[in-house]
Design a protein around this ligand. Structure first.
Ligand SMILES: *[C@@H]1O[C@H](CO)[C@@H](O)[C@H](O)[C@H]1NC(C)=O
Ligand SMILES: *[C@@H]1O[C@H](CO)[C@@H](O)[C@H](O)[C@H]1NC(C)=O
Length: 215
């Protein structure tokens, strides 16, 4: 009897781990329970009894983001952090607003392929293939055009017009993540050793210091 209880306990723990860490849905949904102490690959599930339509919903994506920043762009997230119902479902959405000539700095979304749809304006967009080719794939796209950024590759956008622009992107992750090249390389805490960056970028150490001071 004691042996059976022990076995049940082990199975229960193992099952908890499978549900909490498997990124593919093994049930209809798994609304994220951010209060759960269980850590896993994703977020533990809210009891389905307590789930409501609000847990799958968000409002306000019609409102432009605030583009008053040095890059002149604003990213409004609709990932699992904003919609708990996205947990385990492998998708998310972002709205991006661009001031005239504003940019989204070169970055990767480490966990997602992105498909971008221009709603207003004209964007110069592109991505760079991995080493050794580092080929730039780029074009100018307009209202109604769609472009795809393959998972993990460095990409960027710029509004190449005198009017505001905005786009929506679908991403193949509930939590795609963003690694902005300037912020991560020159703005880490603490800084990457100056000598490392000076050699990597083949510039004087003073120039590294100048760039770091901006972040
Ligand atoms: C789910 O929605 C309800 C309102 O319908 C809300 O009270 C609750 O906090 C939400 N749960 C999560 C995890 O967002
Ligand atoms: C937009 O951001 C700037 C800079 O952070 C801030 O000064 C300004 O108040 C913000 N505007 C709105 C409408 O929130």
């Amino acid at each position: 009897m004691a042996k059976n209880t022990l076995l049940c306990c082990i199975l229960a723990i193992a099952c908890t781990f499978v549900v909490a860490s498997d990124p593919a849905p093994l049930q209809d949904f798994c609304v994220a329970d951010f209060n759960s102490p269980v850590l896993g690959n994703g977020v533990a599930c809210l009891d389905p009894e307590h789930v409501t339509a609000d847990n799958f919903s968000l409002s306000g994506l019609d409102v432009p983001g605030n583009v008053s920043n040095p890059q002149g762009s604003a990213i409004t997230l609709t990932t699992v952090g904003q919609i708990p119902g996205l947990n385990t479902l492998g998708i998310s959405l972002v709205r991006i607003d661009y001031a005239p000539w504003g940019v989204v700095s070169p970055h990767t979304d480490p966990r997602a392929t992105e498909i971008l749809l221009v709603i207003e304006g004209t964007l110069l967009i592109g991505f760079v293939t991995s080493n050794p080719d580092n080929k730039l794939i780029t074009k100018v796209i307009q209202k109604g055009d769609v472009f795809v950024f393959p998972e993990g590759l460095i990409h960027f956008q710029q509004n190449v017009g005198y009017r505001s622009a905005f786009s929506y992107s679908g991403l193949s992750s509930q939590n795609p993540g963003v690694v902005l090249v300037p912020d991560t390389v020159f703005g880490s805490t603490p800084h990457i050793a100056t000598d490392v960056l000076a050699k990597a970028f083949q510039v004087d150490k003073a120039i590294v210091g100048q760039i770091e001071a901006k972040f």
